[in-house]
Design a protein around this ligand. Sequence first.
Ligand SMILES: Nc1nc2c(ncn2[C@@H]2O[C@H](COP(=O)(O)OP(=O)(O)OP(=O)(O)O)[C@@H](O)[C@H]2O)c(=O)[nH]1
Length: 573
Amino acid sequence: MQQRLFKILLSIGLLLITSLGLGFGYLIHLHTQEFLDAEVASLHQGIQERVTFLDEITQREDTYLDQRLQVLLPNIYRLLTADQTPLAQVSLDRLFLIKNMYAEYGQLDIYILDPHSNIIQTTNPKELGVHLASYGTFRERIFDRLQTQTLYIDRFSTSAVEGSLRKFAFYRPKTSSDYTLEISIDFYSYLEKRYSKEYTELFKPSAFNTFVQTNPFAYYIDLYLVKAHSAFSLIHQNHQMSQENIRKVQALGYLEKQEGNFLKVYQLLKEANPDEILGHTLILETEFNLQNLNRLRNALILGSVLLSLALLVMMLFILRARLHKDFIEPLTQLKSNLEQLSQGHYLLSLPEFKYEFKDIAAAFVQMSHAVQARELALLEARQVLEQRVQERTLALQEAKSYAESLARTDMLTQLPNRRYLEEHFEYLIRDQNTYPLTLVIFDLDFFKKVNDTYGHHLGDQVLIHVGNLGSSLIQAPAMLGRLGGEEFVILLPNMHKQAAWILMDELRIHVSQTPVYVSGQPPIYVTLSAGVVTVTQKEKTQASFKHLLRCADEALYQAKASGRNCVRLYTPN
Ligand SMILES: Nc1nc2c(ncn2[C@@H]2O[C@H](COP(=O)(O)OP(=O)(O)OP(=O)(O)O)[C@@H](O)[C@H]2O)c(=O)[nH]1
């Protein structure tokens, strides 16, 4: 039982620990996820603030530069073509000369574009020969506008070739001119010149790396300026973002991609209508290395499971000990008491129990006493029952023997009846020592007359009287019985016929001389006639009760025929 209980407890405990471990694990997982989300959000928030600030500065400077460039571009054109040199043939030296004149703008570059948007001369040699019309909507945006106006100042934008943030301005002396003058101002170097270096540091791509350094999980960040379907990296220049990601981030605003321990997050920082000339979409890309975080989370989960396991083992041991003391021990004690009770030991000495076992023990003792009392009562009842059974058996035996005696007794005279006489004859005839065996039958003479004269009742008294007289003359094993009516039979073992004749004659005389006295009546005298038959041992094989009765009856008939009141011996013819 203890083992089973322990197994049940162990199963419950294991279930508990599994759920506890899983619960803890889930909580830790949620917590780390929340923590990570908060870190991601704080990083993005910081970048967003910086970008918003940059955006404000950009817009302000854009307006300011627009005003200045409207004056600057015609001036540069005039300076370049002062000696009547056609724009298409301005020398590189001249370009650099002019460029250096405007050092206050920081990194300023001058370009001369041919009618097909090719850069044919520039202070930025990297871009020489670049066909600008192949970049996005350059021709539609700029060249088409210059068909109707001579000056077009573009927004701040990334350089298609370098990816740096620049302000672009275009000028044609006449709308019909073939060649175009373009200048670009590097935004960061412009800011450095206009403000201070510390100030511009905030917006430089390298400054964004501080976000990576200060965030525990950040691994890599980039900002993309999206033009139509191309994205230009502002931090890691020349870096590209896939078309698929651009579309997804534009549609969802936020996108997360997990690859092993690395998490990439894309967030739309600024969305603009691509149809608007100044519209730029800004997408932030951040990448986080979660290796340490995952390791920490796994260690925490494992730790919590191990701790719960240790707690469970401890709890189980304590519980088992308590269980044994508070539950198993009293139960074992009660079990042994029950065994004692089943063996009939009622005087139980129960030890001190605790808790509910105290009540159980009390009830148990009560039950024991009740059982004891009931058993005693049962014992007594059994004794009474046994006594009654004995009494009833005795009564039954008596009733039986009474019934048997009734079955063998003539009710009127209380003498053996014909059945008893026959049984006794069978007994005597089987015995070797009863021969010669004599059977006498006697009959009252003219008994009808007695009945007729004195009534049947007095006739009965006469029959009883004669029976009594006969009984007084014989002793067992001889037997006198009433055959029926006024006929009687006497069985006389060990008696010769002469002796029997003498005995019967004695009875005849005795009857004839002993009247029946009934009050108010004269004495009633009766006589009897008798027939005697004797069987020797030799003759016993032919002898039966019926046969001897018939023989004796013949002798009786002789006696009747001889005038009655006499005894005749049977003589076979
Ligand atoms: N009171 C009384 N009478 C009985 C009983 N059994 C038989 N009797 C009568 O006994 C009488 C017998 O009559 P019988 O057979 O004519 O013989 P009997 O008158 O004795 O004449 P014999 O035998 O020829 O001397 C009848 O009247 C019977 O009714 C009995 O139990 N009680």
